[in-house]
Design a protein around this ligand. Sequence first.
Ligand SMILES: [Fe+2]
Length: 282
Amino acid sequence: MKSIHEIIIEVDRLAPMPQVMNQIMAIAEDPNSTMTDIAEVIIYDPVITGSLIKACNSAYYALPRKVNSVKEAIMLLGLDQVIEFVLIKTISAYLKKGTLGYGLNEGELWRYSVSTALMARDLAARKDASNKQFIFTASLLKDIGKIVLDRFVSGAIEEIEELVLSNSYSFKEAEEEVIGLDHAELGGIIAEKWDFSPELTYVIRNHHMTDLSAMEDYATSVVYLAEIVAMMTGIGSGIDGLAYRFYENVLEGLKITEDDLQETISLASEHYYNVLDLLSIT
Ligand SMILES: [Fe+2]
């Protein structure tokens, strides 16, 4: 199909992912990571170092004395929050652009991805998952395919909407039918180009359960559920809105109740505004 060839050319044109992102993701995926591991990565990136120290010294924390080093910043925020800060900040360069094909203005895909990642991490923490940082990362990156597919969705939106509204396609199925590739599959291709781990690539590629056996994968199931829940809250969700399939047995598989979902929604939205406050300072 002609458009697939054009899409792959656009993927090849994407700017390489900054090295700090892959290094931080490796730390996030390793449960034995220490503060020293993360400090050693951050100190070689002056932009991240500056942002982190600036955030710590903001009125938000109201500290009695100034933070002057990455190590002090990590001690103040904690390992998990620093990992999240670096990931959210780095990926913003890609996700902040408008994706008008999906009905999202500048910043909306990024904000939506952040809220989804916070929900995914909360759902994972609720069940004491050991890989909650990996789940946060996968959820933050799951829609990366949209940044390239956007132009093609935009050019075919009437056909896509017709399939969704009149033929009961999910938005993802309509993307595949009309364009030849959906945003999850394309996200998997981008993940491979950027040397993401096979585990992370798998979750991105299957975050809409293209392969139903992905329901047996814990991380994929949590990321999938978080996306559905985030869409229900309406933060930054676009034209594709709720036009995705909901497999209720994912809830059973994860042993997540309606009450869990309600608590996750309220906690994540509180955390979401805190994160945005913090990032707006830097
Ligand atoms: Fe998606």
